[in-house]
Design a protein around this ligand. Structure first.
Ligand SMILES: C[S@@+](CC[C@H](N)C(=O)[O-])C[C@H]1O[C@@H](n2cnc3c(N)ncnc32)[C@H](O)[C@@H]1O
Length: 296
């Protein structure tokens, strides 16, 4: 699969023609290729925040917040608490002033800091308009810190080989100094850690069925196998979105084929099993018994 990775060459071209770049301090970039100050057009900001379903319950962090527009819009129109992280001190000051002017000085805050050193644990939404290289370096930090179900939205730049859950292409007349262009918006939902060998139970009380299955995981994609007494695992369908897992279980012993809809919380899955014909349902619970899958 190919993702729209725009390389730093695009930024170099802009750097030679865009007056806004004078705001960028020569020494601010801790890294070799520091993304310049180029704004996300208003319609793209709106779409990014809408796609991420930003609401009053969210804490949004914009890494490389530029003139503060994403942070201010998240607070003003979507009611979120939002934090902009920006290397450029002048941009931090002007963003703070803009937030006060817009009446969201309390909910829209700005700090002068390095995006790569920012603690992302508090963010339920992360917005990015940086570069392919910085995004790649952010990937392990996103997975280490952000909770399952948190959303990441990036304008134009992919995040390494992490396939987006959604991609949209917008025609944007304002782009490229008014010459027009396209913006690509990508959305990812941070997946729970689902990999490992699990012992599941369908039913409760005196009537229950216990079985073991393995989940191998790459980002939000799962390979699942049911372990029977025979040895080799029987593959079945499984999907993951944030902490929500769906398992398409085949028939086992006295259990009809059915679907499990469960939520992963650390080493426990809880939810419900529903038979394929919808005629039967029972509680489902599973516990991770080994961190590594036992699929192959
Ligand atoms: C392309 S602009 C995006 C501005 C804003 N997020 C938007 O979408 O309109 C990138 C911004 O990131 C800032 N920046 C670049 N590298 C950074 C870093 N390591 N830490 C913090 N800010 C950084 C730049 O100064 C610039 O303002």
């Amino acid at each position: 699969m190919k993702y729209p990775i725009r390389q730093a060459a695009a930024w170099s071209l802009l750097a030679s023609c865009c007056g806004a770049l004078a705001l960028q301090p020569a020494s601010a970039g801790a890294q070799d290729e520091q993304p310049p100050f180029v704004v996300t057009p208003g319609q793209v900001v709106d779409r990014m925040l809408t796609l991420a379903k930003v609401s009053a319950g969210d804490v949004l962090i914009d890494l490389g917040s530029g003139d503060g527009r994403i942070v201010i819009q998240a607070a003003k129109r979507f009611g979120a608490r939002a934090l902009g992280i920006e290397m450029n001190a002048a941009l931090v000051e002007s963003s703070r002033a803009a937030a006060r002017r817009e009446g969201v000085g309390e909910r829209a805050r700005f700090e002068r800091a390095d995006a790569l050193a920012t603690d992302l644990a508090a963010a339920s939404v992360l917005t990015l308009y940086l570069s392919a290289e910085l995004n790649e370096r952010l990937l392990p930090r996103i997975f280490a810190a952000m909770r399952p179900g948190s959303r990441v939205v990036s304008h134009d730049f992919a995040i390494a080989n992490w396939a987006p859950d959604r991609t949209e292409h917008l025609n944007v007349p304002e782009k490229n100094n008014g010459r027009g262009g396209e913006s690509v918006i990508m959305l990812w939902v941070v997946p729970a850690q689902a990999a490992g060998r699990w012992r599941g139970t369908i039913g409760e009380g005196p009537i229950y069925h216990t079985f073991e299955f393995s989940l191998a995981q790459q980002f939000q994609f799962l390979d699942a196998g049911l372990h029977g007494p025979g040895g080799a695992a029987l593959a079945f369908g499984a999907s993951l979105s944030g902490g929500r897992v769906t398992l398409q279980l085949p028939a086992q012993d006295k259990i009809a084929p059915g679907e499990v809809r469960a939520h992963i919380d650390a080493d426990v899955m809880t939810g419900v099993w529903v038979s394929q014909d919808g005629a039967a349902a029972a509680p489902f619970r599973a516990r991770r018994i080994a961190a590594r899958p036992d699929l192959y």
